[in-house]
Design a protein around this ligand. Structure first.
Ligand SMILES: [Zn+2]
Length: 256
């Protein structure tokens, strides 16, 4: 009786995602039914968003590769490919290009949304959005889904995503900044924390009645959110965030 066993080789950080039996990342998989490699990878715990190369016999394949008996297939995370940090504006064999690096943040990493906005990133988030809506919105608006939930990242509509490993917001930010190639256009402190829209310069005269006397005396440059009308200036909150970014080893000058 033939065994029809395929050997799947998972490398680097993909190994720790495996939920099936394996030896140092090598999975013996019964190839006794027709299945695309995408279904197989998902079935053994790995969200396709974490895979950046699929190789067999020295050739690269996409997720539609059909599993065949005796196949020996290697799966690589981004870090082990030449496409790292990941440039989402480039089309690859596994994913279409996005227009720009924009995020959609799942509720389980909600604090990450605020940090990304402080950085100047477009980071959409709402606590009432469910998995189905997040996946659909990400596809419609061309966004990268950030989540700690593998189930969400396995949804068919999610092509670009990143499984966040840490439970600590600062470390989550570092994960994202390390994983994705930062565009040059990011401008820190240019976005409303609450609404995720770009704030606009506003004359002090126009908003000075809204300020505390101390703020009025000390600060002269202000921005305002066109949506919620919240006014921003480089005060204590700004100083604290700057200090936090610096302590994370992030060179903010690059983004100012
Ligand atoms: Zn706002």
């Amino acid at each position: 009786m033939s065994e029809d066993i395929a050997h799947l080789f998972f490398e680097g950080e993909l190994i720790e995602l495996l939920t099936c039996a394996h030896q140092f990342g090598i999975v013996r998989y019964a190839a006794n039914r027709e299945a695309s490699i995408k279904d197989v990878v998902e079935a053994i715990g790995v969200p396709p968003t974490e895979v950046y190369a699929i190789r067999m016999n020295g050739k690269e394949y996409d997720f539609s590769l059909q599993l065949s008996p005796d196949a020996r297939i290697t799966f690589l995370p981004a870090r082990l490919t030449s496409d790292y940090p990941v440039d989402v504006t480039r089309t690859t064999l596994l994913r279409p290009a996005l227009k720009e690096l924009r995020f959609l943040v799942d509720e389980n990493v909600a604090r990450l949304a605020l940090l990304l906005r402080a950085f100047g990133f477009d980071a959409a988030y709402h606590r009432t959005w469910n998995d189905e809506y997040i996946a659909e919105l990400a596809a419609r608006e061309g966004r990268v889904v950030l989540s700690r939930d593998r189930g969400l990242l396995k949804r068919g509509a999610v092509e670009h995503g990143r499984l966040i490993r840490s439970q600590v917001a600062d470390e989550q930010l570092q994960e994202v900044l390390k994983h994705f190639k930062m565009p040059n256009r990011v401008r820190a402190f240019s976005r409303c924390f609450r609404c995720n829209v770009i704030t606009e310069p506003v004359d002090k005269a126009e908003i000075k009645h809204l300020l505390e006397p101390k703020t009025r005396a000390r600060y002269h440059t202000f921005r305002r959110c066109p949506t919620c009308k919240r006014v921003y200036w480089r005060g204590v909150h700004y100083e604290r965030l700057m200090a936090r970014f610096v302590s994370l080893g992030i060179n903010m000058r690059r983004f100012m």
